[in-house]
Design a protein around this ligand. Structure first.
Ligand SMILES: Nc1nc2c(ncn2[C@@H]2O[C@H](COP(=O)(O)OP(=O)(O)OP(=O)(O)O)[C@@H](O)[C@H]2O)c(=O)[nH]1
Ligand SMILES: [Mg+2]
Length: 193
């Protein structure tokens, strides 16, 4: 898959704005501020291409990026951010769940989790719901550069247990060092074969 030829296609705020089903799609989901946009920049090796901020709730709408004639990468708005109104949260949820459950082109949802935190109910809910929907999931534990070796394996094991994730089905990642990037690309490519 060619990640050098990447273009921003559009930002979708309602179901009627979704582009026609076409190229295989990979969606990136996770709590607000977990590092979804940063992970995409690291994947693309283009710092600042996908907007990143210290302010949670930066990504609004579903942002579609097209990689050559290969696939689409979809940056989803983060969930679980209290400062966004309930009504807005509900709208986001409706849009995202409709997109995920109805989208034929969607091959896999990359679920990004902060390695430093304890298992969170919202992440578990998303994972369980995706499993129910039979949508393939790739869990990624990110920000691993913030932990030392010992802490890292301990936290990873706690998240595995809390979310029912097997060690060999998730990826340890850092947007800062690029660790995990090759593994991520390998998994995405396996869906394009
Ligand atoms: N050290 C470190 N910091 C990271 C990593 N990934 C993201 N960050 C930082 O975490 C903050 C949030 O990153 P974003 O990529 O904007 O997170 P997001 O999930 O897209 O956030 P929303 O769009 O607001 O939901 C930024 O300050 C990033 O620099 C990582 O792997 N390591
Ligand atoms: Mg973002």
């Amino acid at each position: 898959m060619n990640l050098n030829d990447i273009t921003f296609l559009l930002s979708v705020h309602g179901l009627d704005q979704l582009p026609e089903d076409g190229l295989p799609e990979f969606a990136f989901a996770g709590r607000s501020n977990v590092g979804k946009s940063s992970l995409m920049n690291t994947l693309l090796r283009r710092s600042g291409f996908v907007k990143v901020s210290g302010r949670p709730g930066k990504t609004q709408g579903l942002n579609f990026f097209q990689a050559a004639e290969d696939c689409m990468l979809v940056d989803l708005p983060g969930y679980g951010f209290a400062r966004v109104s309930k009504e807005m949260q509900n709208n986001w949820q409706k849009l995202i769940t409709s997109y995920i459950s109805e989208r034929e082109a969607l091959k896999c949802v990359v679920v990004i989790i902060d390695i430093r935190h304890e298992p969170k109910a919202l992440d578990r809910q998303l994972l369980d719901w995706l499993r129910e929907q039979k949508v393939p999931v790739l869990p990624i534990y990110t920000k691993i550069d913030k932990l030392s070796g010992n802490q890292l394996s301990r936290h990873a094991a706690i998240l595995d247990a809390g979310h029912g994730i097997k060690k060999d089905e998730r990826i340890l990642f850092s947007s800062k060092t690029g660790q995990g990037r090759d593994e991520l690309i390998a998994v995405l490519e396996s869906y394009l074969a």
